[in-house]
Design a protein around this ligand. Structure first.
Ligand SMILES: NC(=O)C1=CN([C@@H]2O[C@H](COP(=O)(O)OP(=O)(O)OC[C@H]3O[C@@H](n4cnc5c(N)ncnc54)[C@H](O)[C@@H]3O)[C@@H](O)[C@H]2O)C=CC1
Ligand SMILES: O=C(O)C(=O)COP(=O)(O)O
Length: 389
């Protein structure tokens, strides 16, 4: 009976943990873990044990995981696309309203004046300080039309906003899901120039870092309201603070408290609550647990962010060997040659590649010897060889 150990770096919903079948246990020691479940814990400087085969991020953003290091160590990293998108979308809609009506200022006023005997009368006098605008008919720019951006754009259309969407890498699935009324901005400048509200829903990568900087802000309308429920690093905080001070940006609503954002004028800062709903936590945990299990049990990869997806089904032969390796010329012939020398018949072979990395699953009719396995492991460019069955 296999004994696979899963380590949780963050609290993970019980519903997800219950998905693990017999042969799995939750360990409190990462040193002997085969799989890790994580949410936002920072793994960038962590050492990984040799036993670790896969990391599943119960959520979307993987900027807390060292992807290149994982790839080189033959650790497959998964995320859970779309599983928390509705949770984030709902908070973004709340963010639109927080940016339009001075709800937080009003709540603060009531709290401060809660001891007053004449609170009802005083409120009627005080309320003019908190008057706002309606979102109906206003222009919203959505940058990044993935799982979250599409939902935000479609909901904003339903609320009567005029929506501009920008995503040069939009997937076919997202394009199908987007309401026809969403204007397609072919360049982001059009969106900056036209929109009253701008919301960003792109991943944090080196290329999106600081995308909302002084140059971008200068192209936006005076009084624009910016929403950032994606990541703090997308915004150049010094540039944004200056734009808020001058009034060029009237409100900044963000899900990311930083030493700078919490001190910005007219910033509404939430403590990273986008995916913190029971529904999103359950969805992410279930998807992440299933991905880990399918990889550890059958070697199949679905929703990986560093290796190619690969479905070789269930192994019906004597044994299955899975190899994570560089996407290099001659790799397959190198390990099939070793198998042929060992007189091993290959019943099925599936090979997939993704950028620098590739994955090969080989179903064989006899058990492989330790010597042959060692020779395959020693091939230059091989990152991990695993006997799945
Ligand atoms: N506040 C929170 O709790 C949460 C925050 N997030 C953040 O939101 C991000 C987006 O999440 P999802 O929509 O689920 O991801 P997704 O992968 O479905 O969508 C991202 C979209 O951004 C697009 N994109 C990438 N670079 C772009 C660029 N330079 N300009 C325009 N579009 C670009 C991609 O083509 C893709 O369509 C995550 O990477 C994460 O950082 C995600 C979930 C929860
Ligand atoms: O899924 C994401 O990218 C998120 O930001 C959600 O993070 P969390 O799981 O709530 O720590």
């Amino acid at each position: 009976m296999k004994n696979r150990k899963i380590y949780c770096l963050n609290p993970i919903s019980e519903i997800g943990l219950k998905k693990f079948r017999g042969g799995y246990s939750i360990t409190d020691k990462i040193e002997d873990a085969h799989g890790v479940l994580v949410r936002s814990a920072d793994m960038l400087a962590m050492d990984f044990p040799k036993s670790l085969r896969a990391i599943a991020r119960a959520g979307a953003g993987v900027n807390n995981i060292p992807l290149e290091k994982c790839s080189e160590m033959g650790i497959v990293v998964f995320n859970t696309p779309g599983a928390n998108a509705n949770g984030v979308k709902e908070l973004v809609i709340a963010g639109l309203l927080l940016a339009s009506r001075n709800i937080s200022g009003g709540i603060e006023w009531v709290r401060k004046n809660s001891g007053g005997e004449n609170i009802a009368k005083d409120a009627e006098k005080a309320k003019k300080a908190f008057a706002g605008r309606e979102i109906l008919g206003k222009k919203l720019g959505v940058i990044g039309l993935g799982a979250i951006g599409v939902m935000v754009a479609n909901t904003a259309i339903s609320l009567g906003m005029e929506v501009y969407g920008y995503d040069p890498y939009i997937s076919v699935g997202s394009a199908w899901n987007l309401k026809r009324d969403v204007h397609h901005s072919e360049n982001v400048d059009e969106l900056y120039e036209k929109c009253d509200y701008i919301t960003v829903h792109v991943p944090a990568t080196p290329s999106t870092r600081g995308m909302i900087d002084a140059e971008a802000l200068a192209k936006m309308k005076k009084g624009v309201k910016i929403l950032n429920f994606a990541r703090d690093t997308l915004v150049s905080e010094n540039d944004l603070a200056a734009a808020l001070e001058s009034g060029h940006v009237s409100v900044y609503v963000t899900d990311f408290p930083t030493a700078k954002s919490v001190k910005m004028k007219n910033a509404v800062v939430l403590p990273h609550l986008g995916a913190s709903t029971a529904e999103s936590e359950d969805n992410c945990a279930v998807m992440a647990a299933c991905e880990l299990q399918e990889y550890l049990d059958n070697g199949n990869i679905k929703h990986s962010v560093n290796y190619p997806d690969c479905d070789a089904g269930v192994c019906r032969t004597e044994s299955r060997i899975a190899c994570l390796h560089g996407n290099l010329p001659g790799m397959i012939s190198k390990f099939t040659a070793i198998m042929s020398e060992e007189d091993i018949n290959i019943a099925n072979l599936t090979n997939k590649s993704r950028d620098k990395y590739a994955y090969t699953v080989i179903d064989i009719d006899t058990r492989i010897t330790d010597e042959a396995l060692e020779r395959i492991r020693e091939i230059v460019g091989m990152h991990r060889v695993r006997i799945v069955k």
